[in-house]
Design a protein around this ligand. Structure first.
Ligand SMILES: Cc1ncc(C[n+]2csc(CCOP(=O)(O)OP(=O)(O)O)c2C)c(N)n1
Length: 287
């Protein structure tokens, strides 16, 4: 059995003391060790933000893309090398704001990736502007009279779009976080985990105590019941945590690709037929 320190990088982290990112990072490393996913078989992908620094702090392959653009990169990585475990780790702003359209498109494609969203309900790195999940009325230096938008509901959207695994946890509930991470990584298909977390520097409303008071475990719920999952996702007085919806057996994006019908071998190991490539390039030139 491997150890969570197998995923440690030597440099220090630029997260504030008390940041929820530390707990998410620790839970993830522990789960990776338990599942015995070797660093060389793991690709961590992110966009931009405080949360998006996680891949840089983890010993594994990584791709740090533009703000909001982690998901298409992750999908392509998985399609080129289906044997890798691909985990996207980025913020709520990055995933639901700048990356909102990619979020919808990846759900429809169902690539076999895990999408961990560090939801601190604020744009942390750029100093606390409202994000799509900020609560109505929250005042920031930009939203001086308070947020007027209805908050984005990632779980309801994901269930409505047909995501095959949809979950929410609070990072301070470490056992539930790890249990859900384990299930999401094992799930074959697109798995969303919206992880509520505190931003101690930029969000003075949604504190650790606030999350404790506003979350409760989803118990006695059948994750195969999509209508009920959607109904529970609409609860916003207090947020249920756990696995809302899970559907097994749907083909993944990679499964549908002609390149993977005869073999699942990663593309980089295959011999390129130079004559076919030349014909393809010639035909493209004549368009
Ligand atoms: C296309 C683009 N728009 C905006 C920015 C500026 N920007 C960088 S990080 C960020 C917010 C990050 O917030 P979030 O994704 O919630 O992550 P957090 O820092 O809170 O972890 C913004 C707006 C950018 N780098 N690129």
């Amino acid at each position: 059995m491997s150890d969570q320190s197998d995923y440690d990088m030597p440099h220090s982290k630029a997260w504030c003391p008390g940041c929820g990112n530390f707990g998410i990072h620790r839970s993830l490393k522990e789960v990776l060790a338990e599942l015995e996913i070797a660093p060389e078989e793991l690709v961590l992908v992110s966009g931009i933000g405080q949360a998006a620094k996680l891949p840089q702090y983890t010993r594994a392959h990584m791709f740090n893309g533009l703000h909001g653009r982690s998901l298409p990169a992750a999908m392509a990585i998985k399609a080129c090398n289906p044997g890798m475990t691909v985990i996207v780790s980025s913020g709520d702003g990055c995933t639901y704001g700048e990356g909102g359209n990619h979020f919808l498109a990846q759900i429809q494609r169902n690539p076999d990736i895990t999408n961990i969203v560090h939801n601190n309900m604020v744009y942390g790195l750029t100093k606390g502007q409202a994000s799509p999940t900020s609560l109505k009325g929250m005042r920031t230096k930009v939203q001086t009279v308070g947020v007027t938008n209805e908050p984005f509901n990632p779980l309801a959207v994901a269930i409505a779009m047909g995501a095959t695994f949809v979950a929410r946890v609070y990072q301070g509930d470490r056992e539930r976080t790890k249990e859900v991470m384990r299930a999401a990584i094992r799930h074959r298909g697109y798995a969303l985990i919206d992880i509520l977390q505190e931003c101690v520097a930029m969000n003075k409303v949604n504190t650790s105590q606030w999350y404790k008071d506003h979350t409760y475990p989803l118990e006695g719920h059948d994750p195969g019941d999509r209508t009920e999952a959607f109904r529970r996702a609409l609860e916003t007085e207090r947020y249920p945590t756990g696995i809302f919806y899970r559907e097994e057996g749907r083909p993944t994006f990679e499964d549908t690709l002609p390149a993977h019908q005869a073999t699942k071998e990663p593309l980089y190991k295959r011999t390129v037929d130079m004559d076919r490539l030349k014909d393809l390039l010639d035909s493209a030139r004549s368009i």
